[in-house]
Design a protein around this ligand. Structure first.
Ligand code: GTP
Ligand code: MG
Length: 361
């Protein structure tokens, strides 16, 4: 299972640097073509399960990052609709904002201003979404002319909803902040609006700013944290350099700078929170796998993530919490103690559940 995250931001804010830090990649920072790279989601429970069950294969969740390579051409930023369109399939966005000072790297706006830069990217995403709506509204207008009564009703309903969204976007309110009904959310899902996606603001700080990072983060969060939105401070350049070291050496270096957790881990943890994801595990076929699903997912839908046959032929799920299984020491022991729960289609999967799905096709 892969979670897709897109990286956006102003030119020269450190998008590619942070992309490299997150994916342990070595993408050329000067290239203007999109970079795609993956990272494995750090999950200590997966390792503990693997130690216990000794499977042939251990399969972590992956996050795929896309750095769309917004770049400057003759001082002008090129990040048109087409480039932003590359982000339509993503599950969430990271907006890199420059806070590091470096006279040798001119800021595109001439000065450092985190709030202004957050607003600038927000505006760009807002305009992108508003553009999609305008084009759709025009088409609806045309379609209405030849529509039969049933079609007409559907089109008018869509027109009304889109007009409402457009009004909000014109007030520079991102769509993720609107309270939409489940039906409305479903009706607009296919448009893949960028301002509807969860968004993490990654403030790219210089090494000299690490001491003040926590308070800067808290202060920015007081303004920008909310449903599907959060702020993290990150020393992109340092984190990128640390990917060249092995884990132990990197840890020692981080400690010297007073950083307790790797940037990659913090970004992934926060992304999970913003996406409201939980993790369940499967152990079938000599493989231990981690699966991310939205909180509230039923056993039936969770089975469908693994294979559509499993959803179609779903019989029941055998589930045990990670803690319970660790206490038992083995699946056989958990069986003997009657700790495996039999759950039906409607069971809400819990974070840490270890599940075996029974199905027939
Ligand atoms: N001093 C300092 N330089 C940094 C930091 N982060 C990035 N840089 C430098 O800033 C420049 C731009 O970084 P990139 O990662 O290429 O920025 P970008 O947003 O991908 O830029 P474009 O793709 O060209 O829009 C590079 O020379 C980086 O080495 C930092 O934390 N401190
Ligand atoms: Mg770049």
């Amino acid at each position: 299972m892969t979670i897709n995250i897109g990286i956006v931001g102003l030119a020269q804010s450190g998008q590619t640097t942070i992309f490299n830090a997150l994916t342990k990649g070595q993408a050329e920072t000067k290239s203007a073509t999109p970079h795609i790279g993956t990272a494995k989601v750090p999950e200590p429970r997966l390792k503990a399960l693997a130690d216990m069950l000794q499977p042939k294969r251990v399969v972590p969740t992956e996050v795929s990052y896309i750095d769309i390579g917004a770049s400057v051409k003759g001082g002008e930023r090129v990040m048109g609709g087409q480039i932003l369109g590359e982000l339509s399939h993503t599950d969430a966005l990271i907006n890199v904002v420059r806070a590091f000072a470096d006279d040798s790297i001119p800021h595109v706006e001439g000065s450092l201003d985190v709030e202004r830069d957050i607003a600038a990217t927000d505006l760009e995403l807002t305009l992108h979404d508003a553009g999609i709506i305008s084009r759709r509204l025009e088409r609806i207008e045309t379609s209405l002319k030849g529509a039969d009564p049933t079609e007409r009703q559907l089109l008018l309903k869509e027109q009304q909803l889109l007009a409402r969204l457009k009004t909000e976007l014109e007030k520079e309110i991102p769509l993720r902040q609107l309270e939409l009904t489940a039906d409305e959310t479903k009706a607009i899902a296919n448009f893949q609006f960028l301002t509807a996606k969860p968004r993490l603001i990654a403030v790219n700080i210089g090494e000299g700013q690490i001491g003040g990072a926590a308070s800067m983060e808290a202060e920015l969060n007081s303004r920008h944290a909310g449903a599907g939105s959060g702020v993290i401070t990150l020393c992109g350049k340092l984190e990128m350099e640390l990917t060249q070291l092995d884990d132990e050496a990197a840890k020692v270096f981080r400690a010297e700078f007073g950083i307790t957790e790797a940037g990659l881990e913090r970004v992934i943890k926060l992304s999970y929170q913003l996406l409201d994801l939980i993790t369940f595990f499967t152990t079938a076929s000599d493989e231990v796998k981690a699966w991310p699903v939205p909180r509230g997912t039923t056993a039936l839908k969770a089975a469908g993530k693994i294979h559509s046959d499993m959803e179609r032929g779903f019989i029941r799920a055998e589930a045990i919490s990670y803690e319970d299984l660790m206490k038992c020491g083995s699946l056989a022991e958990a069986h003997k103690k009657g700790r495996l729960r039999l759950e039906g289609k409607g069971y809400t999967v819990q974070d840490g559940d270890v599940i075996t799905f029974l199905f027939n096709v």
